[in-house]
Design a protein around this ligand. Structure first.
Ligand code: NDP
Length: 291
């Protein structure tokens, strides 16, 4: 396990996130080489103690651990494909956001090139890096994860999901799905009250404690799903959960009903299949089996 700061780390990509990751390493005393495609982004890091590499190849050659935080999967290939030979025998931790399939594809590329590979999914915004609440999910080489766990701890709470390199990305995408649908629900509510002269800020002050309280229901819903019995007493039934009133109220406000209609369709498909008396958690069956 690498517990000291003697390892030299090379960070490729100094955008908002890559810059934050490199900055946290520098502040923690890691010898850090940085590289960015366009000039200028390394200046602040160099002033704080990082070394700037003129090319991605120079950065890769300068250390045995390489961190890639580029825009997307294609940009990682664009930068690293020509450096395949230089990377051989080194370790690559790729925290660029990719799909699970892309993470697996890149892990296979790394295996062919003789590169030890760990894939990461960042559950934080740049300002959270190095602070409580920041979380990064990893999958791929267990050896790499355990060797560099102290270094990864500089950025965030680290969680390792297993050798399948696509797992971190799968969790990342699943958590983001929950976030985006919740944000869309918030925006729907804000649009509903706007014609009544309520600002989005005023609505947020109401929505925050409400949605926070509602997250308390997730474990109960999960227990029903995992138990596989949607008839268990105490659940809100699908018929009771009809969103017709909500759709009507939205139309009356002159706004789009799309966000709420999506949920109503998931409910209705289960009612149509004869499960109206069963619990709301059953909408997961509509999601698992595309209509
Ligand atoms: P930015 O847009 O700020 O930076 C993108 C970086 O990728 C820049 O360094 C850019 O270089 C580089 N880049 C893009 N295309 C290429 C290319 N073809 N060749 C070489 N370099 C390239 O993005 P972020 O730093 O915010 O995000 C980086 C990764 O982190 C993404 O995958 C993102 O999804 C992920 N992430 C970001 C979060 C955030 O809140 N920002 C949150 C969670 C994950 P150049 O400066 O030359 O354009």
């Amino acid at each position: 396990m690498t517990t000291d700061s003697s390892v030299r780390v090379s960070v490729l990509g100094l955008g908002a996130m890559g810059g934050a990751l490199a900055g946290a390493l520098v502040e923690s005393g890691y010898a850090t080489t940085v590289w960015n495609r366009s000039p200028g982004k390394a200046d602040d890091l160099v002033a704080r103690g990082a070394e700037a590499a003129a090319t991605a190849g120079d950065a890769v050659r300068s250390g045995r651990l390489v961190i890639a935080c580029l825009l997307d999967h294609d940009s990682v290939h664009e930068v690293l494909d020509p450096l395949r030979d230089e990377l051989a025998g080194r370790t690559l931790i790729n925290v660029t956001t990719t799909s699970p399939a892309q993470a697996r594809e890149f892990a296979a590329w790394a295996a062919r090139a003789g590169v030890a590979y760990l894939d990461g999914g960042i559950m934080a915004v740049p300002s959270m890096i190095g602070r409580p609440g920041s979380s990064i999910l990893y999958s791929g080489s267990a050896e790499v994860f355990h060797e560099y766990e102290p270094l990864l701890g500089v950025w965030a709470t680290s969680t390792y999901f297993g050798e399948d390199p696509g797992l971190a990305s799968l969790y990342d995408m699943a958590l983001l799905a929950g976030m985006y649908v919740m944000f869309a629900g918030f925006m729907h509510g804000a649009a509903m009250v706007a014609p009544a002269g309520v600002t989005a800020g005023e609505f947020a002050a109401r929505a925050t404690p409400w949605l926070t309280a509602m997250t308390g229901a997730l474990e109960g819903l999960a227990a029903v799903v995992d138990g596989g019995d949607y008839t268990v007493d105490g659940q809100q039934s699908l018929e009771f959960s009809s969103l017709d009133d909500l759709l009507t109220a939205s139309s009356d406000q002159g706004i789009s009903t799309e966000a709420v209609a999506m949920v109503q369709r998931l409910i209705q498909r289960q009612i149509d299949a004869g499960h109206g008396g069963e619990g709301f958690a059953r909408i997961i069956e509509s999601i698992k089996q595309p209509g």
